[in-house]
Design a protein around this ligand. Structure first.
Ligand SMILES: Nc1ncnc2c1ncn2[C@@H]1O[C@H](COP(=O)(O)OP(=O)(O)OP(=O)(O)O)[C@@H](O)[C@H]1O
Ligand SMILES: [Mg+2]
Length: 247
């Protein structure tokens, strides 16, 4: 039964900030284990859409289901949604006064009430999985951007989410650190994690994403198989956008 519904389904999502209409009826669906990449110009509503999906903001109208459970309409607690739907931000958002391992295990300790020894063991395991076994007790200030983002990914995985949303995870990084983060994301995708990734890293999108959505002006302008939309977009506007980001 559980395989009969998509892992993420959003239907006709509208969101405005005062008089600014940001999302104008967005629908999408992501099957379990699939990776959806979202591209689109600045201000098209990409971050707002991700924030609606993990209920950092409530849509004004429309419905969202996570693993078959309707999350909008206030039927479930937003905290439940944020445990199931983890988010990785462009700017890492690590606590500077906490060591890498303590950043990773904060949720386990404070929300799940797991004892410090057990949490630390889990944190070390997670940091190893992102290639940071030698940085367990470092503070964020002593880590490169790529390392900080990998700590943030380990933190996102700590609560054992069903879905991870990435909002331009590599766009704040120096070019030399981008691939180490994309490698971790690729491995996560290959292990079967369901992911939505806002990114303009087209190599990643082509190689890893199953589907791609092109958002403009708060609407889905084109969508389809990632490789098809990148290599042969049907709409003129998508063609223009792709040729811009492909350089
Ligand atoms: N909390 C907010 N209050 C008011 N306006 C907002 C808020 N968040 C976003 N907006 C506006 O909504 C529009 C869409 O923003 P959003 O961040 O979703 O776009 P984006 O596609 O992620 O852009 P970018 O590529 O620059 O990250 C923008 O015009 C933005 O200024
Ligand atoms: Mg954004």
């Amino acid at each position: 039964m559980s395989s009969s519904h998509p892992m993420i389904k959003a239907e006709n999502i509208h969101k405005s900030y005062d008089s600014l209409r940001v999302l104008k009826g967005v629908s999408l669906s992501v099957d379990k284990g699939d990776v959806l990449v979202i591209v689109g110009p600045s201000g098209s509503g990409k971050s707002t859409l991700l924030r609606c999906i993990n209920l950092l903001v409530y849509p004004d109208s429309g419905s969202i289901w996570i693993d078959g459970i309707l999350t909008t309409h206030h039927e479930v607690r937003p905290e439940w949604v944020r445990e199931k739907v983890a988010m990785v931000f462009q700017s890492f958002n690590l606590f500077s006064h906490l060591r890498a391992v303590d950043n990773v295990t904060l949720g386990l300790r404070k929300i799940k009430g797991i004892n410090p020894e057990e949490a630390r063991e889990a944190g070390i395991h997670l940091l190893k999985s992102v290639g940071l076994e030698d940085k367990i007790d470092e503070y964020p200030a002593n880590l490169s951007g790529g390392q900080q983002q990998r700590v943030a990914i380990a933190r996102a995985l700590a609560m054992n989410p069903k879905v991870v949303l990435f909002d331009e995870p590599t766009s704040a990084l120096d070019p030399e650190f981008i691939s180490e983060v994309l490698d971790v994301m690729t491995r996560l995708a290959n292990e079967g994690m369901t992911m939505i990734v806002v990114t303009h890293e087209i190599g990643f999108a082509k190689g890893v994403a199953d589907h791609l959505v092109f958002l403009e002006g708060g609407r889905v302008l084109e969508e389809g198989g990632a490789r098809e939309v990148i290599e042969s977009p049907r709409r003129r506007r998508t063609q223009e956008f792709m040729s811009k980001i492909l350089g």
